[in-house]
Design a protein around this ligand. Sequence first.
Ligand code: ATP
Ligand code: MG
Length: 416
Amino acid sequence: MSKIEAPRGTKDILGDESWKWAYVSHVAQGVVSDFGYKEITLPIFEHTELFHRGVGQTTDVVEKEMYTFLDKGGRSITLRPELTASVMRSYLEHNMARGSQPQKFWCIGPMFRYERPQKGRYRQFVQLDIEAIGSRSPLLDVEIIDLSMEFYRRLGLKNLQVVLNSVGCPECRPLYRKALQDYLAPHMSELCESCQGRFDRNPLRILDCKNPACKAITENAPSILDNLCDDCKSHFATVMKALEKLGADIKLDKRLVRGLDYYTKTAFEILSGDLGSQNAVCGGGRYDHLAEAIGGAPTPGVGFASGLERVILTMESQGATFGKEPKNKAFIVTADDNALLEAASLANILRTNHIATDMDYMARSMKTQVKAAAGTSDFAVILGQDEIEKKFYTLKNMATGEQESLSLDALIEKLK
Ligand code: ATP
Ligand code: MG
């Protein structure tokens, strides 16, 4: 029979890597709690309609990347490709506008997109998602950017660039859209095929096309920052001023867009200089019209999502540390079969005293067991014939090689 492997674009996170994930998640939890965000846990799948309306029909995500299927009841279901639409759905469904505003949420969990897998791009990947819903304050945009930077600072990441833009609002964007189309029209035949298709449906998306020909054409395109309405202009100015005050190193990028109507004002990305072409460690911005798009009352919001695989890849390539790899406290080394039963009961006693303990189950030689102890544990507890007869334990410190004989009580005391 042929062997079954994990589906393309997915990754098993094994024991020798999972502690890195635990570390990153632990650091994230410290940051979000310092910023006053609360955890929210939402379904992995939602009604497809939520993403059609909440992510947008003309996005790559909805057009090409969703895992959509009919369930046994004939409903169209989609594995979530992102979290913002779900968080807003939940906010509206539970009438959270009644509480004090803004409501601030965080979540770490898997997302699903049918993409071409490559380094830093998977079909199942994990995001840290941060959303602040219910306030229009530009200082909340700044808080979100600051939170993301603080997360990367605590992880020890270097060589990151924050790029920022404003995408305007339904008042000023149509005018900009027209100005952009007027600029692009004479170059229509030079644009790539996808961009020719975007010209009418979603011309702003042409600005972030990776095709070199399209890039060359949009280089001199009019800037949305020169076309903002007064409200968007003053919002952007406050964001810039507050970021400056924080000492944040920001680059403006007039081509950074989220070409959908409910994305408004602030858009930002954080790029890693160590990731090659999948270089965005996070993307975010304001979405003051998302709630209406999914059938709710007007509700402003701002947030970001960070791909944790890319964060970990960047940490690895920069030689950042993941804290200390967790070790067991004790490994019980047994001389023979006779000692095994004693070892099992000693393991039970140590574990119930909250001392992380492992032992040998494979009747390996004592030398091999001591080696295993050195690799996995701070101490070896040696249980030979002598020890069992005279009721004591030999404790060996694996770092110093020091050895001592102890009673059970003294052993527990020492290992604790
Ligand atoms: P990209 O331009 O790299 O496709 P995106 O604009 O589709 O990114 P967002 O939807 O803004 O990404 O998602 C936020 C973050 O999630 C990205 O900045 C990235 O860190 C991560 N991410 C997105 N897609 C993937 C993927 N397929 N695999 C791994 N991480 C991903
Ligand atoms: Mg993408």
